[in-house]
Design a binder for this molecule. Structure first.
Ligand SMILES: Cc1ncc(COP(=O)(O)O)c(C=O)c1O
Ligand SMILES: [Zn+2]
Length: 424
C-alpha cells in the first residue's frame, strides 16, 4: 500500500515536519496536521476503485496516513446513512439523513474511526503502550482496540463518568485511571505522563489524543467520505455535528474538500457546517455566537452530556473559524432539550443515541426553527454515540412497565381498563 501523506504541518506558521509522534510545533506550539500529495492521490483513486473495496473506512485508505495496511480496526466504519422521513416530518423539513455511527464497530461510537488510525500508526512507530485522556467513548475504543491489537493501554478518565462507559473500558483489561477532576484536568495530567514517559527514549508511549493526535484526527474524515459516497458522490447542503474538542466537525469538511480536490466529486464545496454543544459546556458554540477570536474555557462543565464536556477544546478556535467560513453556525441546548430529543429520535427513527445525539438533534431543531437551516434544503445529522452507554439520562423520562401476573384477566384489566390496548 502506498502512503500519500508527506509529513506534518503547523497550522499556525506552516512549518513542515517529518512524520513522527508529535502534535505541536516546536517554534510556536501550534497544532500539527497531516499533509498529503493530492496530485498523487488523484492519479491513484477513482470511484470504481473505492466502490470495489469492502464497505469500511479503509476503502478511503489513500486519504489516511498509514505506510502499510491497517493492523488495528480493519472492520471499522461503513455505518448506515439513513433517510429519516418520520423525523423530517416531525421537524417540518423536506430531506433529512442520519449518519448513524451509534452502530460503529467495535465500541458503538465514531471514536473507533480515530482510534483505528491512531493505533495502527502507533504500531508503525513501534509503540507497545498506548493511552488517552477521554470523556468516555475514546476510552472504550482505545481499550477495546488495544486489547485486540495486544497493546498495553493506560486510560485516564474523569471519575464521574457514566458507569457504562467506565465498565465498557475496564472490561477490556485496560489500566483505567479515574481522576477526581474535569476532563481538562485529566488531560493535563495525561500530557505530563506522556512527556515524562517519552523523555527517556525507552518507555515510548503513544497517546492517542496527545503525541498521536495528528494521525488520530484524520480518522474522523472517513465519516465525511462515507456521507458523500452514500449520497451518490455528492454533498449535502447542511451537516450538523456534535463538538467536544472540535476536531470532528472540521475533519468532515476537510473530507468534502479533499474529495473535490482529487476530482471524485464536482465542486465547488458549498456545504454549511453546524456545531452542537450542551449549554452546560459550550465554549465553541459560544465562540461562534459571540464572535470571539478564540473560545473562552469553561472551568466547571455541568451537563448530562459528559461525552462533549471539554471546557478547553484543543481544536476550538479552528473549528469555530471553519464553521463560520462555510456560512454555518453553532448553538447549544439545555439538558431537558437533550433528553427530549433522545426520545424524539428513538420514537421517530428507532435509533437510541447517547446524550451527544440528543444534543445534535436539539441543536438541529433550533437551527430549523430559527430559519438558519431552510426547511427545503438537504440536511445530514451526525449521530456519533450509542444510548445504551448513557441510560441514566433517560431513566426518569420513560414510563416503566406495569408488572402483572401471567393471566389474561389481569392483562385485560390493566391494559383494556386504561384504554391502552389498540388494534382490537
Ligand atoms: C459521542 C461523541 N460525539 C462527538 C464527539 C466530539 O468529537 P470532537 O472531540 O472531535 O469534537 C465526542 C468526543 O468525545 C463524542 O464522544
Ligand atoms: Zn508553527
Amino acid at each position: 500500500m502506498s502512503d500519500f501523506s508527506t509529513g506534518l504541518q503547523c497550522k499556525v506558521c506552516g512549518k513542515l515536519y517529518a512524520k513522527q509522534a508529535l502534535n505541536f510545533c516546536t517554534d510556536d506550539f501550534g497544532p500539527l496536521e497531516v499533509v498529503y500529495d493530492y496530485d498523487a492521490i488523484r492519479k491513484n483513486v477513482s470511484r470504481a476503485k473505492i466502490e470495489s473495496r469492502r464497505k469500511n473506512m479503509w476503502r478511503y485508505r489513500e486519504f489516511l496516513p498509514l505506510e502499510g495496511e491497517p493492523t488495528v480496526g480493519p472492520q471499522v466504519g461503513g455505518t448506515p446513512l439513513i433517510r429519516a422521513d418520520r423525523l423530517a416530518d416531525a421537524l417540518g423539513v423536506d430531506t433529512l439523513w442520519i449518519k448513524n455511527d451509534a452502530v460503529n464497530f467495535p465500541t458503538l461510537s465514531f471514536k473507533d474511526r480515530v482510534v483505528s488510525v491512531a493505533l495502527s500508526k502507533a504500531r508503525e512507530f513501534g509503540f507497545k503502550t498506548v493511552g488517552c485522556a477521554s470523556t468516555g467513548n475514546l476510552a472504550n475504543s482505545v481499550a477495546a482496540n488495544a486489547a485486540q491489537a495486544g497493546l498495553e493501554a493506560y486510560i485516564f478518565i474523569p471519575a464521574d463518568l457514566e458507569k457504562a462507559k467506565v465498565l465498557g473500558t475496564t472490561i477490556f483489561g485496560a489500566k483505567v485511571i479515574a481522576v477526581n477532576g474535569t476532563y481538562d484536568e485529566v488531560n493535563r495530567l495525561c500530557t505530563q505522563v506522556a512527556l515524562k514517559y517519552n523523555a527517556d527514549g525507552q518507555n515510548n508511549w503513544g497517546f492517542v489524543n496527545i503525541n498521536l493526535r495528528p494521525y488520530y484526527a484524520e480518522g474522523s474524515k472517513t465519516m465525511g467520505y462515507e456521507i458523500a459516497e452514500d449520497l451518490g458522490w455528492r454533498l449535502p447542503q447542511h451537516v450538523v455535528v456534535p463538538m467536544a474538542g472540535g476536531s470532528l466537525v472540521s475533519k468532515i469538511h476537510k473530507a468534502f474538500t479533499e474529495l473535490h480536490t482529487v476530482g471524485l466529486i464536482d465542486g465547488p464545496v458549498t456545504t454549511k457546517m453546524y456545531g452542537a454543544q450542551a449549554t452546560g459546556c459550550n465554549p465553541i458554540s459560544d465562540c461562534v455566537k459571540s464572535s470571539r477570536e478564540r473560545p473562552k474555557p469553561i472551568r466547571r462543565p455541568n451537563t448530562i452530556c459528559k461525552s462533549l464536556a471539554i471546557g478547553d477544546p484543543a481544536d476550538g478556535m479552528y473549528s469555530s473559524k471553519l464553521i463560520k467560513s462555510t456560512g454555518g453556525w453553532a448553538d447549544d441546548v439545555s439538558d431537558d432539550e437533550i433528553v427530549e430529543c433522545m426520545l424524539l429520535l428513538a420514537r421517530t427513527e428507532g435509533i437510541f443515541a447517547e446524550t451527544a445525539g440528543g444534543t445534535t438533534l436539539a441543536v438541529t431543531r433550533k437551527m430549523i426553527e430559527s430559519g438558519r437551516i431552510p426547511r427545503d434544503e438537504e440536511i445530514v445529522i451526525c449521530i456519533t454515540g450509542n444510548g445504551l452507554k448513557t441510560q441514566d439520562a433517560v431513566t426518569k423520562a420513560i414510563q416503566w412497565p406495569t408488572t402483572i401476573q401471567p393471566s389474561l384477566n389481569e392483562f385485560e384489566s390493566v391494559y383494556m381498563g386504561a384504554g391502552e390496548l389498540v388494534g382490537v
